[in-house]
Design a binder for this molecule. Structure first.
Ligand code: G6P
Length: 369
C-alpha cells in the first residue's frame, strides 16, 4: 500500500498529481499538433458519426458532471443539441428520442449499475448506437458499447474521482471536436481548439504547483459547516464537481449554483458564516459573474474566487481572497479550474481528519442499485 502511494499520503493526492500524465496518455496517438487523427473511435465510425443529430449523455456522480461540460462543447462546436441526465433517472422514465440520437455513456468503472441499466434500456428506445467513454477496458460497458473512447487514467483507487474526471473531459473534447469537424466547424477554430487541448497536461502541471497556497486556504474552511460554489457556463459543472468533492471527503455541506441563480434562493443563505467559492475564468460571462460576486459581498459573505490571472478582479478587504489560475484558454479551462477545487477539498479533509480515500458510506463503484 505505502509503496503504491509512493511519496503521497493518500491515493487521492497521488491521483490528483497524476493528471498531467493521465491526460497526456488519453490524448496520445489521438491528436497531432492541430488535428485529431483518423479512426480514433474505431475504423469506419465516421459513417455513424455523420448521422448524429442529437446526443443523449447518461452517467452518475462525477462522470455526470463531465457530461454537463460536454453539452456546452457539443452545442457550441458541433451545433448538435445535447441532453445530459443521471442514469438512475433516465432508466426509469419514458424518454423521447429524436431521430439520429447517439447515446453516450460516461463511466470510470464501466460497472455502475444504473449506467449499465440505462445503456441497456437505450437499446430498445431507437438510438443510433452506444458510445462509451470509460476507464476500464475489460468492463461491461466497454464490452457492450458500439463505439468506445477509452480514458487512460490508469487505476483510480480514491473513492472521490479526480483523474478520471479530467481524462473524461479530454475524451469528450475529442468527441465534440470530431463532431464539430464533421458538422462544419470552421477549420481555424477547429485547429485552435485542438492545439489548446494539446496544452492541457502542461497547464494542469502548472496549476498543481499552486498546492501550497491552496493548502493554506484550506485552513479557512476547517470549521465551516456549509459552502456555496458558483460558476457560469462550462464552469457551472466545475462548481458542481468542486462541491461534490468537498462534501464527499470533508463532510462539509456544499452546494453549487449557476451564479445567475443566486438571487433566486441561495442568496438568502449568505451571511458571514457562509464561504462562497466562485470559479471565474476570463470568458464572456465574467462581467456578469462580477456583479453576482458583488451581491455576495454586499451581504457579508466570505468570498474565494479562483480567477484567470488576467480577469483584473480585485478584493479590497480581508473578507475573501482571489486565487489566480493560469487557465490556458477558455476551451480547456473547465479541466484546469477543477484541479484547485480538488486540492481544496483534499486539504480541508486532511485537516478535518477524515478518511480521505475511503469516505464513510460511499463506494468506488456502485455495482448494485
Ligand atoms: C461512485 C463514485 C464516484 C463516481 C460514481 C460514478 O459514486 O464514488 O466517484 O463518480 O460512482 O462512477 P463511474 O464508475 O460510473 O464513473
Amino acid at each position: 500500500d505505502a509503496v503504491e502511494k509512493g511519496e503521497y499520503r493518500h491515493y487521492m493526492l497521488k491521483e490528483i498529481h497524476e493528471q498531467p500524465r493521465a491526460i497526456a496518455d488519453t490524448l496520445e496517438a489521438r491528436i497531432a499538433a492541430d488535428h485529431i487523427l483518423p479512426n480514433i473511435f474505431g475504423v469506419d465510425t465516421e459513417t455513424l458519426l455523420r448521422q448524429v443529430r442529437f446526443v443523449q449523455i447518461v452517467a452518475c456522480g462525477t462522470s455526470y458532471h463531465a457530461g454537463l461540460v460536454a453539452r456546452y462543447w457539443l452545442e457550441e462546436l458541433a451545433g448538435i443539441p445535447c441532453a445530459v441526465e443521471v442514469a438512475s433517472e433516465y432508466r426509469y422514465r419514458q424518454t423521447v428520442v429524436p431521430p439520429g440520437t447517439l447515446f453516450v455513456a460516461i463511466s470510470q468503472s464501466g460497472e455502475t449499475a444504473d449506467t449499465l441499466a440505462a445503456m441497456r434500456a437505450s437499446r430498445s428506445r431507437g438510438h443510433l448506437g452506444v458510445f462509451a467513454v470509460c476507464n476500464a477496458p475489460e468492463s461491461s460497458l466497454v464490452r457492450e458499447a458500439d463505439l468506445v473512447l477509452m480514458t487512460r487514467a490508469g487505476p483510480e483507487i480514491g473513492v472521490a474521482s479526480t483523474k478520471a474526471f479530467t481524462t473524461q473531459l479530454a475524451a469528450l473534447a475529442l468527441l465534440s471536436l470530431e463532431l464539430g469537424r464533421i458538422n462544419g466547424l470552421d477549420d481555424a477554430t477547429y485547429r485552435r481548439h485542438v492545439s489548446e487541448l494539446a496544452t492541457l497536461p502542461r497547464v494542469i502541471g502548472e496549476t498543481l504547483a499552486m498546492e501550497p497556497a491552496i493548502a493554506a486556504l484550506a485552513e479557512r474552511f476547517v470549521h465551516k459547516q456549509h459552502a456555496l460554489f458558483l460558476g457560469r457556463g462550462t464552469h457551472h459543472p466545475v462548481a458542481l464537481e468542486g462541491a461534490l468533492k468537498l462534501k464527499e471527503i470533508s463532510y462539509i455541506h456544499a452546494e453549487a449554483y449557476p451564479a445567475g441563480e443566486l438571487k433566486h434562493g441561495p442568496l438568502a443563505l449568505v451571511d458571514d458564516h457562509m464561504p462562497v467559492i466562485a470559479v471565474a475564468p476570463n470568458n464572456q460571462l465574467l462581467e456578469k459573474l462580477k456583479s453576482n460576486l458583488e451581491e455576495v459581498r454586499a451581504r457579508g459573505g466570505e468570498l474565494f474566487v479562483f480567477a484567470d490571472a488576467d480577469t483584473g478582479l480585485s478584493l479590497d478587504d480581508t473578507r475573501g481572497q482571489i486565487i489566480n489560475i493560469g487557465a490556458g484558454g477558455d476551451f480547456i479551462a473547465p479541466a484546469v479550474f477543477t484541479v484547485p477545487l480538488q486540492l481544496l477539498a483534499y486539504h480541508v479533509a486532511v485537516l478535518r481528519g477524515t478518511d480521505v480515500d475511503q469516505p464513510r458510506n460511499l463506494a468506488k463503484s456502485v455495482t448494485v442499485e
